[in-house]
Design a protein around this ligand. Structure first.
Ligand code: PRT
Ligand code: ZN
Length: 213
């Protein structure tokens, strides 16, 4: 039997359930949600690793995993050299800049010289450079939305889905800088036998997606 293709999935979070359901719909069985870090499929040459989403692009770049499912926001932010092989259509969200609700806002130039707190310094830095805006980026790893109320920054740049987190922190969205969804990433140079397994997997995923539409 071919050596299994190794697929890294988020252990526990917003991508986990939909990632599992995708493989299930493809007819690929494996143990999930048991707390184990690894699981071997009983009916497809695949082995699953359960990891934090932020670590997945690095594992795929290094070849520890052949494939992974992550938010495109994380794939781009980590700057790892991986190939996007499929867009999966779930976990849709956007990365947006927000400011306190009471502040006036005309356009992006209003952010010149301001402090912006974010967990996405690379994506934000690229966007500001494209717009010709010079602002100070403060990288923080969580609870970004409280930064303005504690005087850490005048603006934030964070993931938005429904908008209710911004609302409950007295913030308003003023710029959308990136639109994201879950994507399947692959090591850029898969050996031929793994590429064959990836092709079989993508064939099944396309069939599942076509049946939904
Ligand atoms: O533990 P681990 O590191 O694996 O997980 P994590 O906590 O870093 O990630 P997780 O599970 O929260 O998110 C995984 C991916 O889901 C993200 O990288 C995005 O691609 C996608 N996604 C979709 C979201 C959201 N929607 C989302 N709403 N990621 C985060 N949020 C957060 C956001 O940071 C903010 O705090 O939800 C809040 C905003 O939501 P609304 O609905 O109030 O606007
Ligand atoms: Zn994470």
């Amino acid at each position: 039997m071919a050596s299994p293709i190794r697929i890294a999935l988020q252990k526990s979070g917003r991508l986990s359930e939909d990632s599992y359901q995708l493989f299930k719909a493809c007819g690929i069985r494996f143990d999930y949600g048991t707390g184990k870090l690894k699981s071997v499929s009983s009916n497809f040459a695949a082995e699953f690793l359960f990891l934090r989403d932020d670590d997945i692009p690095g594992y795929v770049e290094d070849g520890v995993a052949d494939l992974g499912i992550v938010g495109e926001n994380v794939a781009v932010e980590t700057g790892r050299h991986v190939t996007t092989v499929h867009r999966l259509g779930f976990s849709k969200c956007r990365l947006s800049i927000a400011i306190p609700r009471g502040e006036a806002y005309t356009d992006i130039r209003d952010l010149d010289g301001k402090n912006i707190a974010t967990s996405y310094p690379r994506l934000l830095g690229t966007y500001l450079a494209e717009q010709g805006v010079s602002a100070a980026i403060h990288e923080i790893s969580g609870s970004v939305e409280i930064a303005p109320s504690i005087g850490l920054a005048e603006a934030v740049c964070d993931i938005v889905s429904s908008g209710s987190t911004l609302l409950s922190n007295g913030l308003k969205e003023v710029e959308t800088i990136f639109r994201s969804e879950a994507i399947m990433i692959a090591h850029p140079a898969l050996p031929a036998e793994k590429q064959t397994l990836l092709d079989q997997l993508l064939f099944r995923i396309n069939a599942v997606q076509a049946a939904k539409n």
